[in-house]
Design a protein around this ligand. Structure first.
Ligand code: PEP
Length: 245
């Protein structure tokens, strides 16, 4: 049975004072019935890990190398050393803003999994691709290239995040979400075998809010959510977590 997962992505938001939201979340969910992961900016990884209680902490990206001449980058062992145990990879904002290809995402995922981090690998189509009925082709291609061999139910989580739904208030209908999640499940079962394929958690991401979370969590093969804006405040994120519990 897959344990549900509520993951928050603070993106480039958050100063030390905002860790009060994390502390409040840790107090609210002292014994959570689902896994909770919060991914603050890299500057807050260590202080977040020090006050997160039962909430796991993750980064939002890592480099494919463990160390070296890569100014401004952060490696997977550094993330682990800061007290985090997960990393988001291949978020559409990184694919767009930093030109990250699925090959680059896979190289990062290999490094992250080797460092003992759980990789939350993001996939998603643009609105144009959906309108052209190319969604499953796009997701299939990103999935096969971005996810490394050797992935398991422990070190891999997949987040389906339609680009046009991120931060826009637009959400695919429930049938559309179910179609993509069922497709991803079938593909990973085929690639990794039924045991691993059934144990990998699939998150939906894109404008998940307190008022739509319960409906989305009722869709087949949706094991939780990757939440951006609504993870910034304990009051909002708590309601989403409650809908998952
Ligand atoms: C995200 O950043 O991964 C995301 C889904 O953002 P939002 O919830 O704000 O749409």
């Amino acid at each position: 049975m897959r344990r549900k997962l509520a993951a928050g992505n603070w993106k480039m938001n958050g100063l030390r004072t905002d860790l009060a939201e994390l502390e409040a979340l840790a107090a609210t969910f002292a014994a959570p019935k689902v896994d909770i992961l919060l991914c603050p900016p890299a500057t807050l990884l260590a202080p977040a890990a020090a006050c997160s209680g039962p909430i796991a902490i993750g980064a939002q990206d890592c480099h494919a190398q463990d160390s070296g001449a890569h100014t401004g980058d952060v490696s997977a062992p550094m993330i682990k050393d800061a007290g985090a145990n997960a990393v988001i990879l291949g978020h559409s904002e990184r694919r767009t803003d930093h030109g990250e290809s699925s090959d680059a995402v896979r190289a990062k995922a290999v490094a992250a999994q080797a460092a003992g981090l759980t990789t939350v690998i993001c996939l998603g189509e643009s609105f144009k691709q959906r309108e052209a009925a190319n969604t499953l082709d796009i997701i299939g291609g990103q999935l096969s290239t971005s996810v490394p061999d050797g992935s398991t139910g422990e070190n891999l989580v997949i987040a389906y995040e339609p680009i046009w739904a991120i931060g826009t208030g637009l959400v695919p209908n429930l049938d559309q979400i179910g179609e993509v999640h069922d497709f991803i499940r079938t593909r990973i079962e085929r690639r990794f075998g039924a045991g691993v394929g059934r144990s990998v958690r699939l998150l939906y991401g894109g404008s998940v809010k307190p008022d739509n979370a319960a409906d989305i969590f009722g869709v087949s093969n949706v094991d939780g959510a990757l939440v951006g804006g609504a993870s910034l405040k304990c009051a909002d994120f708590s309601q989403i977590i409650n809908a998952l519990e």
